[in-house]
Write a protein that binds this ligand. Structure first.
Ligand SMILES: NC(=O)c1ccc[n+]([C@@H]2O[C@H](COP(=O)([O-])OP(=O)(O)OC[C@H]3O[C@@H](n4cnc5c(N)ncnc54)[C@H](OP(=O)(O)O)[C@@H]3O)[C@@H](O)[C@H]2O)c1
Length: 239
């Protein structure tokens, strides 16, 4: 454990929030980091910031992970470029009572939060198993184990991701592939900025979540951090 070095880390949702904090945290210890998101300008800004901070090669890929063709493009890149750390941090969140929810919002959450990580992890695992090493980090949520009102679609996507991650680990552990499901509670990012009644001062910082990811992928080869629930210490809603 400690001075781990990675060849190529690919981070979906790496342009901002938790994904960007993870990119910053791992960049100094990687030969190459690839950021994936939709907004080209935000991606370029993020990449420029990382290049200011490190000599690591930084690449960007514009992709909409709700589109299956874009998922396939990123999946192909995982094998072609021998990515040894895949971090799936891209995610979306909408809230509504289940009986009033917009089903298009449900579909988007399932596509981006669950379907895309499943397909990317599958592709990464197939590629990594040939090399006998690698790490797949899936950003879940405490809403993937605890249900909250108004979160039916989000909870469905994140409960699903938790189950997928655990099953994946059992399937690929003997191939030397780490699978880490990191499940944060409220973290101060764009996603939570306008949450009614929530105190941003009580939320975790994206850097804290990034440190947990770094820890998870720095464990010795014979240990795997399977699930990590990371809660804000104080109740974000009772300030
Ligand atoms: N913040 C929290 O309190 C919290 C708590 C628990 C779990 N999480 C999970 O942690 C992960 C990161 O959340 P965050 O708070 O950092 O969110 P965020 O600040 O809103 O950032 C989301 C990232 O995902 C990208 N993204 C969104 N839709 C995409 C799409 N269709 N295709 C490709 N990229 C897309 C965004 O870039 P573009 O918009 O440019 O595409 C951005 O880089 C998510 O999976 C989220 O569910 C967050």
């Amino acid at each position: 454990m400690g001075e781990q070095h990675w060849n190529h880390c690919l981070i979906t949702g790496g342009s901002r929030g938790i994904g960007f904090a993870i990119a910053r945290r791992v960049a100094r210890r990687a030969d190459k980091v690839t950021l994936v998101a939709r907004d080209r300008e935000r991606l370029q800004q993020a990449a420029a910031r990382l290049r200011d901070e490190t000599d690591t090669e930084i690449a960007t890929v514009v992709a909409d992970l709700s589109e299956f063709e874009d998922v396939r493009t990123v999946a192909a890149l995982l094998d072609r470029e021998a990515v040894d750390v895949l971090v799936c941090a891209a995610g979306v969140y909408t809230t509504a009572p289940a009986d009033e929810a917009n089903v298009a919002d449900w579909d988007r959450m399932l596509e981006i939060n669950l379907r895309a990580p499943m397909h990317l992890a599958r592709a990464a695992a197939a590629s990594m198993s040939q090399r006998g090493t690698g790490a797949i980090v899936l950003l879940g949520s405490v809403a993937g184990r605890n249900a909250f009102p108004g979160n039916s679609g989000y909870c469905a996507s994140k409960f699903g991701l938790r189950g997928f991650a655990e099953s994946l680990f059992y399937d690929v552990r003997d191939a030397g592939i780490h699978v880490c499901h990191i499940a944060p509670g409220m973290t101060a990012t764009d996603m939570t900025r306008d949450t009614p009644g929530a105190d941003p001062g009580r939320m975790m910082s994206p850097e804290t979540v990034a440190e947990a990811v770094r820890f998870a992928i720095s464990l010795p080869d014979n240990a795997n951090l399977m699930n990590l629930d990371l809660w804000p210490q104080r109740d974000v809603f009772s300030g």
